[in-house]
Ligand binder design. Structure first.
Ligand code: XMP
Length: 515
């Protein structure tokens, strides 16, 4: 979705901070996008950005095969800020010299500002900055003005006289750099001339308008899961086109307690959306009967979902668009400079593999937003915190939290135990601090004693993990009195369970889900 607002592009040279730079610029209320470093000057001309930032990166500018930049970027008349590798690259590209530094500089350094100019307006000196480099600029260009130095690095910050081209050796985007936000804000406002009018409310207004323009009088279909992304996408598109939006919610029988009712209440009744809520539990249960192998379960659920979704979509009529809650981290992946020096952009298809007779154009109104921005949009559109702060839930649902073959009866046990666990986590104020907390059903029975009677019942495992992105995770050391209360409640309230265990494995070596 194009933004007519001020915009700063971040050329990504493989730094772990490229996305962080874009986030920081957005915190200055200027829209920012990460682009592959291979983006040519000519490509920027169609919709010129207000400024260009060249990110850091792990390579050396003089090494063979290191990522380079189209030199024409520097003659577009668009302000440029090179950070670390980005600074070295701009000097190298324009004819200066970069070489390995005798003393590498990692971590905190004290920087003395010699010339404040626009970049350091209002910034104190000396300033604690965060460095991370092995190379440094040896020979600058004739028109270079040194703005700041550290004991190790004479050219810690430079400007090219008469041109709005700046280079800084330190990282203003990390919290360890004092006044880092001030420096980025100076670049956006004083150097690029941005007024800083980008916010989630301007995003909503613009996006509503562009959805209306693009969709016209056609129909849109959206697969609503009840998760954060599809819920916010639904609310945003609904604001734009009302009943032209058709949401399909498939109950695959693997959902948590009360989930279908909550989705129907919120979207069908409160928001008055056109909601097709399909209860296909029986069909999924039949297909899954006797299936133990996790991947097979996943495949069956995926295949059945597509079929139910496609049938429902056909019954709605000719829709031109398929809307998805794709977000920015789904869209952009950092550049692999050691293997393939080109950006890997993947389009994220939550509803992949639809039959050939269903051809849709994709509508992905959240594709430029980070997760916290998606939540803010949802908040402004009136979605409840309970939906916006929801923990991730896998597509195959409880099926991958129920070891072995699922049955209606044992799924009910898992659903009840999970509801008790979630309730206690909520009440302890931990729900939003934890990446995921859920129960697992182990289809084996152990001996217990309740009252004076011997029992022979199932085991419930509890798993709670903290994580940034689900790629790695650590188990949460939940307070023992809380664990004790949860175990007591599950055994007292859930028929068929007489033993509760807690999973204390990190990822790796284990995965978050059990299957
Ligand atoms: P694992 O179990 O691989 O999970 O450590 C990492 C994250 O991915 C989620 N997950 C899934 N999400 N479909 C999904 O939509 C799936 O088949 C699936 N499997 C795992 C999991 O909940 C965790 O957040």
């Amino acid at each position: 979705m194009s933004q007519k607002h001020e915009r700063i592009v971040v050329y990504d040279f493989g730094s772990q901070y490229s996305q962080l730079i874009a986030r920081r610029i957005r915190e200055c209320h200027v829209f920012s996008q990460v682009v592959p470093f291979t983006t040519k000057a000519a490509e920027l001309k169609a919709d010129p950005p207000s400024g260009i930032i060249l990110s850091g990166g792990p390579a050396s500018v003089y090494a063979a095969g290191s990522p380079q930049i189209d030199a024409d970027i520097f003659s577009l008349g668009i302000p440029v800020l090179g950070i670390c590798y980005g600074m070295q690259l701009l000097i190298h590209t324009l004819g200066g010299q970069v070489a390995p530094s005798k003393s590498r500089e990692y971590g905190r350094a004290e920087m003395h500002i010699k010339e404040q100019g626009k970049l350091f307006a209002g910034v104190k000196s000396p300033l604690n900055v965060w460095m991370s480099h092995g190379d440094k600029v040896l020979k600058t260009l004739d028109d270079t003005v040194v703005l700041a130095s550290t004991a190790n690095t004479e050219n810690a910050a430079i400007a090219l006289a008469g041109r709005e081209i700046y280079g800084i050796q330190f990282h203003p985007e990390v919290v360890h750099t004092e006044n880092g936000m001030r420096i980025l804000e100076n670049f956006c406002r004083r150097i690029c001339g941005c007024s800083g009018d980008w916010s989630m409310s301007t995003f909503i207004a613009d996006t509503v308008e562009s959805i209306r323009r693009r969709v016209g009088s056609d129909l849109v279909i959206l697969g609503l899961s009840g998760g954060v992304d599809s819920s916010v996408a639904a609310a945003l598109i609904h604001k734009a086109i009302g009943t032209q939006l058709n949401c399909i919610f498939v109950n695959n029988g693997m959902l948590r307690k009360n989930e279908p009712e909550q989705v129907e209440q919120l979207f069908g009744e409160n928001f008055q959306m056109k909601l097709y809520s399909v209860n296909a539990s029986e069909r999924f249960l039949e297909k899954l009967a006797g299936i133990e192998e996790p991947e097979q379960k996943r495949k069956i659920i995926g295949r059945e979902f597509i079929e139910v979704f496609a049938n429902t979509a056909r019954s709605i009529g000719e829709a031109r668009f398929l809307a998805q809650g794709t977000t920015y981290p789904d869209v952009i992946e950092s550049i692999s400079i050691n293997g393939n020096p080109s950006a890997v952009i993947k389009s994220h298809h939550n509803v992949g593999g639809l039959p050939a007779d269903l051809k849709f154009e994709l509508l992905e109104p959240l594709a430029c937003l980070f997760k916290d921005e998606v939540r803010e949009v949802g908040r402004q559109l009136g979605l409840p915190e309970q939906v916006l702060m929801r923990q991730p839930f896998p597509g195959p649902g409880l099926a991958v939290r129920h070891l072995g073959a699922v049955t209606r009866e044992t799924l009910a046990i898992l659903r009840e135990a999970d509801a008790v666990f979630t309730d206690e986590i909520f009440q302890a104020g931990l729900y939003e601090k934890i990446w995921q907390a859920f129960a697992i059903f182990i289809p084996m029975r152990t001996v217990g004693v309740m009252g004076d009677l011997r029992t022979y019942d199932y085991i419930i495992a509890l798993r709670a993990v903290e994580s940034q992105d689900g790629m790695t995770a650590d188990w949460v050391n939940l307070p023992h009195p809380l664990l004790q209360r949860i175990a007591n409640r599950i055994i007292n309230e859930v028929r068929g369970v007489n033993r509760v265990v807690y999973d204390i494995t990190s990822k790796p070596p284990a995965t978050i889900e059990w299957e």
